[in-house]
Design a protein around this ligand. Structure first.
Ligand SMILES: *Cc1c(COP(=O)(O)O)cnc(C)c1O
Length: 480
């Protein structure tokens, strides 16, 4: 490796001020704020410096690196650094409720309702009959009561907030009994023990990791006991030699000692699991009917709505929760409320089959339809990139969102042989391309799972695969 004189090239890199004086760059300043243009120039100059410093041979220094910074390059950079960062992706991972990809996509009704609420004024907290101040919660509480049979309902920012608020309201400075088998951590550092600590409640752990009996709870009740907390072990299962206290046993104990039973369901579901092809788990309705005093769940997991925390249960307890000053800090915003109301309305209007909700559609879609999507992509690929090895295969998708961790959904995938690229390279190029595609890798093969790909996305995928093969960035044809 021949050393060469880098100083010459480093000296040739112009200063920001000097670059700004160029006439065509002066013109740029009429169209973009000066700070933005300066930032773009600084980035371009820094890039040059790095290129010179990392070059191992003089021939690596191309004309662009040695020449002037052009107005074109600056404008391109300005556009690049002002691109929205939050952008659309195609979810071909097969994980329906994918927390990192925004969980539940919303129904058209929910989207329309958000748009109207965002664009105009609304009766958010205004009683149109009386002409006086109203409550933002009435819009969703009526539907929550009708759907679940609960006496009352309340909503906050997310389920973590629902758990925090409920414990803080009912158990601050007092004891909450929980099974050792339910001290869960879910993604994003949500740990039940830590939430309880923040709420001011004292944790009383009972039983063992795999077995907790009703007698364990009974032995832990003291005059300091404020509640019994049951937590759905969303993202894992203890299998084998296990046992847990049933809701019936817990509510009997709760009646005997007059302490409420709180149930953190995680992923709230209104539909019998079997009706959406899942293994049996209690619905929110089952828990209310079974005597749980407060039930908490997320709006954007299996429910298929926006990020929200729903609390349903006894009116007396809900009133206490709503009256907690902390409730204001965890308040749901109006756009979320609009989307949640529309989502609940779908359950009211089509209780058996709320397939206006994308999550429900993805759960219940026919396997034959998934296969059709995969076959269409294979056909497109054969035409566009005949050299790429693709096949259509059966595989297993996941519900995600910490629901049904051991339950796989049968699905169809497009399987791609990434060669000459490695699977990791191929996956990375799909992910950073435009539109971004999130795939999964299995045994050095790229899998595109059709269960989470929207029908209208199917036709753009072959083009993205071609861009991966040619190394092109691609065109954003689906908007962001
Ligand atoms: C997902 C989950 C939460 C947190 O819900 P967010 O809406 O993400 O705040 C809490 N508890 C359980 C059991 C969960 O599965």
């Amino acid at each position: 490796m021949a050393e060469f004189d880098k100083k010459k090239y480093l000296r040739a890199i112009p200063a920001v001020d000097e670059t700004l004086k160029t006439p065509d760059i002066q013109l740029l300043l009429r169209r973009f704020p000066r700070t933005l243009v300066v930032k773009a120039i600084q980035l371009l100059l820094a890039q040059r410096r790095t290129r010179v410093l990392t070059a191992t041979e003089e021939t690596h220094i191309d004309e662009e690196t040695a020449g002037k910074i052009t107005a074109n390059a600056i404008e391109k950079k300005v556009r690049e650094i002002t691109q929205p960062s939050l952008t659309r992706v195609i979810n071909a991972s097969g994980i329906i409720v994918h927390t990192n990809l925004g969980r539940a996509p919303l129904s058209q009704e929910a989207i329309d309702s958000m748009v109207h609420t965002a664009q105009y004024y609304s009766n958010l907290e205004f009683d149109l009959e009386k002409g006086t101040r109203g409550s933002r919660y009435v819009h969703v509480e009526r539907f929550l009561k009708d759907i679940t049979g609960a006496e009352a309902g309340y909503v906050v920012n997310n389920n973590a907030a629902a758990v925090l608020l409920s414990l803080n309201t009912l158990a601050r400075d007092r004891e909450v009994i929980i099974s050792r088998g339910e001290l869960i951590e879910i993604g994003g550092s949500f740990r039940i023990p830590e939430i309880m600590q923040q709420s001011g409640a004292r944790l009383v752990e009972v039983g063992t990791t795999n077995r907790t009996h009703i007698s364990d709870y009974r032995n832990a009740v003291t005059d300091q006991t404020a509640a019994i907390l049951k937590v759905h072990t969303s993202n894992y299962r203890v299998v084998g030699f296990t046992s847990e206290a049933s809701l019936a046993e817990l509510t009997a104990l709760s009646d005997e000692f007059t302490v409420p039973v709180l149930f953190d369901m995680g992923s709230g579901s209104f539909l019998p699991a079997a009706s959406v092809g899942l293994a049996d788990e209690p619905t929110a309705l089952d828990l209310i009917k079974g005597g749980a005093d407060l039930v908490m769940f997320s709006g954007d997991k299996l429910l298929g709505g926006p990020q929200a925390g729903v609390i349903i249960g006894r009116k007396k307890l809900i009133d206490a929760v709503a009256g907690n000053p902390l409730a204001r800090a965890l308040r749901i915003d109006k756009l979320t409320l609009a989307a949640l109301e529309a989502t609940l309305r779908t359950y009211i209007l089509k209780p058996e089959c709320p397939d206006a909700l994308p999550v429900i559609r993805m759960l219940t879609v026919q396997e034959a339809d998934l296969k059709k999507r995969a076959v269409k992509i294979r056909r497109d690929v054969k035409r566009l990139i005949p050299s790429l090895g693709v096949s259509v295969q059966q595989d297993a998708a996941q519900v995600g969102g910490g629901s049904y961790p051991i339950h796989d959904l049968p699905t169809w995938v497009v399987a791609i042989d990434p060669s000459p690229l490695t699977a990791t390279e191929f996956e990375q190029r799909l992910r950073t391309g435009s539109p971004h595609i999130i795939s999964r890798i299995s045994k050095d093969t790229i899998l595109l799972d059709m269960r989470t790909v929207f029908p209208e996305e199917v036709s753009v995928i072959a083009g993205c695969l071609r861009n991966v093969m040619t190394g092109a960035g691609g065109q954003d044809t689906i908007g962001h």
